[in-house]
Every structure is written in C-alpha cells, then in structure tokens.
Write a protein that binds this ligand. Structure first.
Ligand SMILES: [Ca+2]
Ligand SMILES: [Ca+2]
Length: 95
C-alpha cells in the first residue's frame, strides 16, 4: 500500500483523535465525547487555539441535539469551525 498523502494522514488523525477521546473513562460511551473528555482533548490537542477556555462555548454551540455530549457529526462541526477560524486568521494576517 502506498504511503498516505498529508491530507489523508490528517483525516486519519482527526478520526483517530475522536476515537481516542470518545473512549475516555468519563462516560463509558466510546461513541461520544463528554464535556470532561472534550476538556482533556482541548487541553492536550488544542492548547494554542484556546484550550480549555473554549470548553463551555464549544459545548454550548456544537451539541446540536443537546444531550450533553459530542457525537461524531458534532465533532466534525467542531473541526470545520476551527478550520474556518484558522482560515480567517490567515486571511487577516495576509492583509
Ligand atoms: Ca465517551
Ligand atoms: Ca450531542
């Protein structure tokens, strides 16, 4: 099998990150990320983008079905949102 491209590897990392943190010990549900699991993800994986300070805001805005956890679709919305923020930050820096 050929080596994955950077984007293919990036997608695998994004999926693997969901699986890793959803499988945390907080809620015994490997299919969703609880608020405590999200706090750990933010602290360990996104410290330069705001880390745990984004916790309440992200959970409030991304938990579309209001069950108190993030399922994979809601996690994808977080990735999309953060990608858009990065895009806007880059555009601002280029001006
Ligand atoms: Ca979980
Ligand atoms: Ca949810």
């Amino acid at each position: 099998m050929q080596d994955p491209t950077a984007m293919e590897a990036g997608l695998a990392i994004l999926y693997g990150t969901f699986v890793k943190y959803a499988s945390g010990e907080d809620d015994n549900d490997p299919t969703t990320i609880s608020k405590k699991e999200l706090a750990k993800l933010l602290e360990e994986q996104l410290p330069h983008l705001g880390g745990k300070e984004m916790l309440d805001c992200l959970m409030k805005n991304l938990d579309a079905d209001k069950d108190g956890t993030l399922n994979f679709m809601e996690y994808c919305a977080m990735v999309t949102t953060l990608s858009m923020c990065l895009h806007m930050a880059c555009e601002t820096q280029c001006e």
